[in-house]
Structures are given as C-alpha cells and as structure tokens.
Design a protein around this ligand. Sequence first.
Ligand SMILES: C=C(O[C@@H]1C=C(C(=O)O)C=C[C@H]1O)C(=O)O
Length: 365
Amino acid sequence: MHNHLQIKDWGLGLSGHTIIAGPCSAETPEQIENICQAMIKEKMIPSMFRAGIWKPRTRPGSFEGIGEEGLEWMEIVRHHLNIPITTEVGNAAHVELALKHKVDVLWIGARTTVNPFAVQEIADALQGVDIPVMVKNPMNPDLQLWIGALERLHSVGIHKLAAIHRGFSDAYDKRFRNKPNWSMPIHLKREWKGMEVINDPSHIVGNRAGILETSQRAINFGLDGLMIETHHDPDKAWSDAKQQVTPAQLRDILAAIDFKDTLQEEQPDQKLNDLRQAVDHLDDQLLDLLQERFSIIDQIGHYKRENHLTVFQPGRWKEVMESRTQKGVDKNLSQKFMKELLYTIHEESVKRQEKQLREPAKVIK
Ligand SMILES: C=C(O[C@@H]1C=C(C(=O)O)C=C[C@H]1O)C(=O)O
C-alpha cells in the first residue's frame, strides 16, 4: 500500500476533524473581508478556508469564477484568520497560478477526477512540489477511478493526500444534488489504509436545510472532516446560493453534530472486547455452515454431471431466493441485504458446479 501523510502531518497545525469552510466562489475583496469578519464575530474559525477561483459549470454563461485576481484576495484571509487556504485546480495553468499565490492546499474537483488525462496533467505540473492535495470523488461511483487519481499524484511525489466525498451524479434521485454513496468512502479507506475522507454535504444535498443531517451521517460512518460552503450573505452568492450557510449557521451546525472518535486499537475496552468475541464465535459458525452448504452444492453438482443437467436451475433458484428473502425480512434483515447475500452465494454455487462439469469425473462423498 502507498505510504502517504495524514492531515495532521501536513505541517499546517491541523488536528481532529478537519472543518473546511468558505464561499463557493471568491467574488470580490469585500465579500472575502465580510466572510472573515463574520467568522471572527461568530468565533467560527475553520481549520481551512476554501474559495473557488475557477468554477467548472454545467453550461456556459453561469459565473465561471473570478480567476487569478481572486487569489490575491486570499491575503485578506491570511491577515484576519491565519489559517490554510485551499482552492480547486482543474489544469496545469491553475496549478501554476495557485502555487504562485502560495495556496496551501489544492483540491481536484469531481469533474476533473473523472478524466485521467486532466489528473495526469495536474500531477505532472506538481512534480517536485511539496503541497497537500485533496481529491474529490469522480462524478460516477467508480472507486478505482478515485484511487487512480490519488495514485497519479502519489507517483509524482505528492504524499500529503486526502479524499473528499461529494456524492455522485444521479439523474433519477431528486432528493440529492449529488447522491451520497457511503460504501464508497468506506471501500476507499479499506483499500488505502489511513486515507482520510472529508465529506462535502453542500454538494451532496444542494440546499442548506439538509447539511446537518448529511454531516452527521458522514461522522457516524467515520469520515474525517467536513467541507461546508459558507458565505456572509448566502442568498446573494454568485454561485450555489441555495446551499451556502452563514458563519453563524455553520457554528450551529457544528455544535449540533455529535462528533465521534474512531477507536484506537491500543485502547482496550472490556465490554467491546466481549461483544467482539461473540461476533468472532458467530463468524466461525457462519463459515462452518457455509462450508457445509457448499459441500452439499458439490454433491448436487456431481448429480447434475451424471444426469446431464445444467448447473443453473431457475425454478429452484427462484424458490430459494424468494423464501429465504422473506425469512430474512421476518428476522429484521433488510431485503436488499438478503438479495445481495443470496446472489453472492448462488453465484458461487453455480461457479463451483460448472467447474465440476469441466473437470474429469471424481467421486464425491
Ligand atoms: C444447488 C443447486 O444449483 C444451483 C444453486 C442453487 C443454490 O445455491 O441454492 C439453486 C439453484 C441452482 O441454480 C440446485 O440446483 O439445487
């Protein structure tokens, strides 16, 4: 696995959950000044200040970002808040300008992560530079593409890496602007040990009312921070007006969240250990039962081979699927879980049996 540096080791003095706040877009020096002042007034100083300088918009004609001059206004943030500044880069020219203006942390947006050419161009522009980079998930739920983008950066020597879950484009589910897929950051954390994932509820829900709930869910799942678009006067924002909150609202949201800790492996806890031992025991039993089931599946496979029958038997499968799903639902297991579990078991059964058909005959007890 690739070694990388976690946020606490980025040399920016950060610790605990990372809270990134600031406007969707930098608009004017007055706007940046006002946001800083409101953050100071509300005692709501985030871990990092975000501001979009170049905005990838769905259709031309919307505000596409203020460009380089907005980077000059980041001095206002440094002066008032003295916290790291982060912005999105979408190509090598953006990287060059962000580095020229000493942006502390870069992020790559979802529309860029989908394109390996663009990610590689950014990575090449960062060769030999020591700067942290956060990578938002691609528009589509493709874990390998997300990991691939992180790897492209890692291979040019960018080791200060983190990921951002901002949800996935879904043409049908109108509840979200970008539908969250909580398995995806969990899979990412499983595949890349220690990779931190910041949640971006603003782009997930697309309206300020849903930000608290989605933030809490992210924390419950074990995500490592929040990026929340914050503006002193959200309704007048030049982009994403509906989803931005004021610094006062951000303070209330953060105060309402029940922040959780991941258990440190070295902290033993008797109660938890006992429960985990019970789980270990049950898992052993589950495996014994699966082993027994597959041994009978093999015997059925042998019978099918002798009697020239196909391995897949739709009638029997339908009955197994329907009756077991119902039994599972009666035992308070979700229908989705039951179906996925049964599909997985069935797939393995037919694979084993088909393999038997290809093998030379052998006696199965
Ligand atoms: C085990 C059999 O073969 C296949 C596997 C099944 C299973 O895992 O339960 C069910 C039907 C078949 O598609 C069988 O025919 O009974």
